[in-house]
Design a protein around this ligand. Structure first.
Ligand SMILES: [Zn+2]
Length: 431
């Protein structure tokens, strides 16, 4: 039997950076979903309901129904490492993050953390996540299993490091051979699971030897269905350190370029310090970039040049970057994304912001035919946002003159507490 979900619908029909009128808001809306969890149609409830008198109705009243959020960058083994005090990127990594990642050597600990991690994402309305995995094979297996049980869409892979350096615990280093074996095992697992994808994940330029980078390039070539994700141009001193290390490269991008790691399935996190030359080459290679607003502020990394990315035609996703980000909620990151652009003189409207967290993220991750909006034929991945959870929020929205104004307020004021339910493929994934 099909199901009709009632509420106020909001989604993007197109890219608002390219066309006007891309945001669609439907008051007294209805989302019609078949028994397999695919969207049949959507519209005004007065139009949809008479077409399917036998459908099961789930009435969310005046709550907002919004496509599932797409978190383009988050670290699973940093689940317990959020809000760690002090230092910018490289110091913070050694002091707070790498020690926390060693705990995932314990498979029991890792399995428990994997379940909590996925549960936390779903509770925030996230239905797709691109994840930096653990260095430990069993921990990653637990992550893929937890994702499969929950129905969330997952793109993930082992975070690779094999270059010993001061402050890196030896236990976090793999050999290229061992990394390849672990990756191939999970790539095989993903083949039979349409919602699970493998991402080859060299942590960043300084963490990997020439042999490890070459192994990554070979994996990418031999398994064209995989993704590649890594960090780039996050922080000025990181860029300087990379260029001191790779003397033959004129910029950070050239390091990855020289190993053949830039393809249409590469997602580069941060890219704050990018030159125009690098942006042109990222665009030419067809890579996507993931912007992580809360993380950039927390680590003081810099102000993401969104307009320059958009002008170069680079697809941009948004990420929480837990543990540098301070919220698992991608929704909450939208408010930081807005403020970061305000500081650069760009006032993003509600359509631009919602696009980055939904359809834009889906496009950046090549999932736009499956998720990211309410277009018929897509998977029914969405969440219900109930603004009555907070008296102030309800009072504030009451003062708005339009639904678009309300949605803008929600982007800044709503949190994961207002997420009443999250659905993946038409199944309720939260209690
Ligand atoms: Zn990161």
């Amino acid at each position: 039997m099909s199901t009709i979900y009632l509420g106020t619908l909001a989604h993007l029909k197109a890219n608002p950076f390219e066309s006007a009128g891309a945001l669609e808001i439907i008051e007294s809306g209805a989302l019609w979903v078949d028994e397999k969890g695919m969207i049949i149609d959507y519209g005004k409830r007065a139009d949809i309901l008479p077409r399917v008198p036998e459908a099961w109705i789930e009435d969310y009243d005046d709550a907002w129904l919004i496509p599932g959020l797409i978190d383009g960058h988050i670290h699973y083994p940093q689940y317990y490492a959020t809000a760690a005090y002090g230092g910018q990127l490289l110091d913070w990594l050694v002091r707070s993050i790498l020690p926390a990642e060693t705990a995932f050597a314990d498979p029991v600990f890792a399995e428990d953390a994997a379940r909590r991690f996925i549960k936390q994402l779903l509770a925030c309305g996230t239905t797709t996540a691109m994840v930096f995995g653990s260095q430990f094979s069993l921990a990653n297996k637990a992550l893929f299993n937890a994702a499969k049980e929950s129905g969330i869409r997952l793109i993930a892979g082992a975070t690779l490091m094999d270059s010993p350096a001061e402050g890196i615990p030896d236990i976090l280093l793999q050999t290229p051979r061992q990394a390849q074996d672990d990756a191939e095992m999970l790539i095989k697992l993903c083949r039979n699971e349409p919602l699970l994808h493998y991402a080859i994940t060299p942590r960043y330029a300084l963490s990997c030897s020439v042999e490890m980078m070459r192994m990554c390039a070979d994996l990418l070539k031999n398994h064209p269905e995989t993704y590649l994700q890594t960090h780039i141009n996050e922080n000025r001193s990181e860029v300087e350190t990379v260029l001191r290390h790779f003397k033959h490269c004129t910029d950070y991008l050239e390091v990855y370029e020289s190993f053949g790691l830039l393809t249409g399935r590469t997602v580069l996190a941060h890219n704050i310090q990018a030159s125009d030359g690098e942006l042109a080459r990222v665009a030419h290679a067809g890579c996507a970039v993931c912007h992580c607003p809360s993380s950039n502020l927390f680590l003081g990394s810099g102000l993401f040049p969104l307009a320059r990315h958009v002008n170069h035609g680079i697809p941009v996703a948004l990420g929480t970057d837990i543990g540098a980000g301070t919220s698992f909620s991608l929704w909450k990151n939208l408010s930081d994304a807005y403020k970061i652009q305000q500081l650069q003189g760009l006032s993003l409207d509600v359509a631009h912001l919602l696009y980055l967290a939904t359809l834009g993220g889906a496009k950046a991750l090549h999932l736009e035919s499956e998720t990211g909006s309410f277009a018929p034929g897509k998977s029914a991945d969405f969440f219900a946002l109930d603004f009555h959870q907070s008296d102030y929020l309800a009072e504030r929205l009451h003062q708005c003159n339009s639904l678009e104004e309300q949605l803008f307020c929600l982007l800044h004021l709503a949190t994961e507490r207002e997420v009443e339910a999250t659905f993946v493929s038409g199944s309720r994934a939260t209690p």
